[in-house]
Design a protein around this ligand. Structure first.
Ligand code: PRP
Ligand code: ZN
Ligand code: MG
Length: 226
């Protein structure tokens, strides 16, 4: 019932910060990928594996629901989905397989350059734009800082200039996006790397054996670079 084909299903980001390195890692593990076209699903030629290319934000849910067997995802997006599901009383289980050596970034609070920031209390009653409402709430609740949130799935960095928010909570990698938008990073909330996760449901022995074999290769590839 799970898959008619019996092939292992791996989800990776379609386009974004994690896509190139996720693909490169799979290739170094010996998978013959044919990802030239824009198809959602592609077959690995030399192993019984299918690759699904989707939006990064969808990957944790696909793994937790067992729709795919493995997912390459940022810990930031994974933790946000876990908190979201917990808040809704939904199942949020997955098996962590391995932290990867790419996709490093931080989830930070940032304010306009002329904002006089003297610690998290400066954000009291501010409106904060973010795509990570659960991580933001956890962080500021722990500090006892009341705030209002403004949920934006994209273009978070333009919210202060557009008058939609006083501050933002967003991912920072090089810092170029903040700089280009006249914002300064004032607080690091969460440090994230890419990570590889497995669905919580037990798999048939063949597919589990294939995952075990793949993980030996993943470990080898990453250790060879260290
Ligand atoms: C993040 C974030 C910024 C950018 C910051 O987006 O939302 O847009 O990266 O990077 P920088 O500090 O190097 O400028 P992400 O790549 O996660 O894409 P997504 O929001 O579309 O998923
Ligand atoms: Zn995204
Ligand atoms: Mg972005």
């Amino acid at each position: 019932q799970r898959t008619a084909s019996g092939r292992l299903r791996i989800a990776i980001q379609k386009s974004g910060r994690l896509s190139d390195e996720s693909q490169a890692l799979l290739k170094r593990c010996g998978l013959k990928l044919n990802l030239r076209d824009q198809r959602l699903m592609s077959h690995v030629e030399n192993l019984p594996i299918d690759i699904l290319r989707v939006r990064d934000d969808d990957i944790p849910g696909l793994v937790m629901d067992g729709v795919v067997d493995l997912g390459f995802i940022g810990e930031n997006v994974l933790e946000e989905e876990r908190l979201e599901r917990e808040a809704r009383g939904q199942e949020a289980a997955f098996k962590p397989l391995r932290r990867l050596d790419f996709g490093g970034c931080r989830l930070s609070l940032a304010v306009p350059e002329d904002f006089e920031y003297a610690g998290a209390d400066s954000l009291t009653d501010c409106r904060i734009a973010t795509s990570y409402p659960n991580l933001l709430r956890r962080y500021l609740n722990e500090k006892g800082v009341p705030f209002k949130s403004c949920m934006l799935k994209g273009s978070v960095e333009v919210a202060p200039r557009a008058g939609l928010a006083d501050a933002i909570c967003d991912l920072v990698s090089t810092g170029a996006t903040l700089e280009a938008n006249g914002l300064k990073e004032v607080e690091v909330m969460f440090r994230s790397m890419a990570t590889l996760i497995q669905a919580p449901q037990p798999l048939d022995p063949e597919r589990q054996a294939l995952i075990d074999k793949l993980m030996v290769r993943v470990n080898g590839v990453i250790q060879a670079k260290e």
